[in-house]
Design a protein around this ligand. Structure first.
Ligand code: NAD
Ligand code: MG
Length: 396
């Protein structure tokens, strides 16, 4: 059996660590050939000692120096590079077959596109790349014959529930022609789904990052609490599955056992169920169309008390509505929404603004948007920069 080489962009993060956990379960199938991180030196050195990649890159130059120094002390022969361009170069190496795109935020865009340009299999966790420039992104996938496998658990569940013909023409196949009536996105509603709306302005970062079901990075945990995460996933789903507004449905499902569903015109609903553990969608994306062990225990139906569902309330989750509306406006709006949200979430985590101010800030940035639709990635970064600057100004 030949080992498949994987580049994990953002290996020190939550998704990166889960990807390495799946590799740990399948050491005869996969090799962590490239690991990249931002500035977490300790985690990267730990990962290098265990997985012995061929190349490492750190976005931060000082962090790269430290990693290099530690690895030398451990007599490990691993090339350590630094900077965004190095991450892009490593994603394009001919020996790399699969690229896990798990850098958080718009920072993951260039490296993911670099991997697409080389026609790699992209295991897509970085939802921001579809949110900011879905059209350009999907066109690039098509042009370079890259293979896109969604890792975000909802999109992975939907992918698993789609006919093979749609899976093989992702983003371009017509859902209606394949008998599909709706894509049903489920979301837990986050830790505040039962909190009185009037109390939401008082919630703390600690309460917001304590997600009831999933263990995730801090930014995405706050996004789950505001349901901006579902809004970003709505945008992601529309690009990934070529879905119209009428073909989308969002349901709050507090137990996170059903990870999303597909409705067919004959009344059938196909869903993917499992424990809320990212190792499952990651393993599926890595092994598709085969299956491998993910280290996730089997779902015990006898232990499930009940599965419940309700409509999302836009008064509780204004960010969700802002995201849905932004998709209708276009990519300048979705890019601005994403950038303003990143600034607002960071400010909330820093205790500069309250929880409900996140939506207020995103909305006021969107209200001031006059920039034209992007026609290139540089345009996308220009809009991103504009929205970040305005958000930062609004903060002060
Ligand atoms: P995280 O914050 O835990 O990890 C982010 C990774 O990106 C780290 O390795 C970090 O070092 C790296 N990074 C940060 N800034 C960087 C920069 N400027 N340049 C290069 N690298 C940088 O985030 P996460 O929770 O693992 O999420 C990663 C992506 O996956 C996000 O786009 C998120 O929306 C998506 N996602 C995550 C989950 C989850 O369960 N965690 C689920 C679905 C989708
Ligand atoms: Mg998700």
């Amino acid at each position: 059996m030949v080992l498949k080489n994987i580049a994990i962009l953002g290996s020190t993060g939550s998704i990166g660590c889960s990807t390495l956990a799946v590799i740990r379960h399948n050491p005869t199938l996969y090799q962590a050939y490239v690991l990249t991180g931002g500035k977490n030196v300790t985690k990267m050195v730990e990962q290098c000692l265990e997985f012995k990649p061929k190349y490492v890159a750190m976005a931060d130059g000082d962090a790269a120096k430290l990693v290099r120094q530690y690895l030398r002390e451990h007599n490990l022969d691993i090339d350590v590079l630094s900077g965004e361009q190095a991450i892009c170069d490593l994603a394009q190496l001919p020996e790399v077959e699969q690229v896990m795109a798990s850098i958080v935020g718009a920072a993951g865009l260039r490296s993911t596109l670099a991997a697409i340009e080389k026609g790699k299999r992209i295991l897509l966790a970085n939802k921001e790349s579809l949110v900011t420039c879905g059209h350009l992104f999907m066109q690039a996938v098509k042009k370079h014959h890259a293979e896109l496998l969604p890792v975000d658990s909802e999109h992975n569940a939907i992918f698993q529930s789609l006919p093979t013909a749609v899976q093989h023409n992702l983003g371009f196949a017509s859902l209606a022609e394949h008998g599909i009536s709706k894509i049903v996105l489920t979301g837990s509603g986050g830790p505040f789904r039962d909190t009185e709306i009037a109390q939401l302005k008082h919630v703390t970062p600690e309460q917001a990052v304590a997600h009831p079901n999933w263990s995730m990075g801090r930014k995405i945990s706050v996004d789950s609490a505001t349901m901006m995460n579902k809004g970003l996933e709505y945008i992601e789903a529309r690009w990934l599955f070529n879905a119209s507004q009428d073909e989308m449905e969002i349901i709050v499902h507090p137990q996170s056992i059903i990870h999303s569903m597909v409705r067919y015109i004959d009344g059938s609903v196909i869903a993917e169920l499992g424990h809320p553990d990212m190792c499952t969608p990651i393993a599926y994306a890595m092994s598709y169309p085969l299956r491998i062990h993910a280290g996730v225990p089997p779902l015990d139906f006898m232990q499930l008390s009940s599965l419940t569902f309700k409509q999302p309330d836009f008064n509780r989750y204004p960010c969700l509505k802002l995201a849905i509306d932004a998709y209708q406006s276009g990519q300048a709006a979705t890019t601005s929404l994403n950038a303003a949200n990143e600034v607002a979430v960071a400010a909330f985590l820093n205790r500069q603004i309250g929880f409900m101010d996140i939506a207020v800030m995103v909305e006021s940035v969107l209200n001031q948007l006059t920039l034209a639709e992007p026609t290139s990635i540089d345009d996308v970064f220009e809009i991103d920069r504009w929205a970040r600057e305005l958000s930062t100004k609004l903060l002060s």
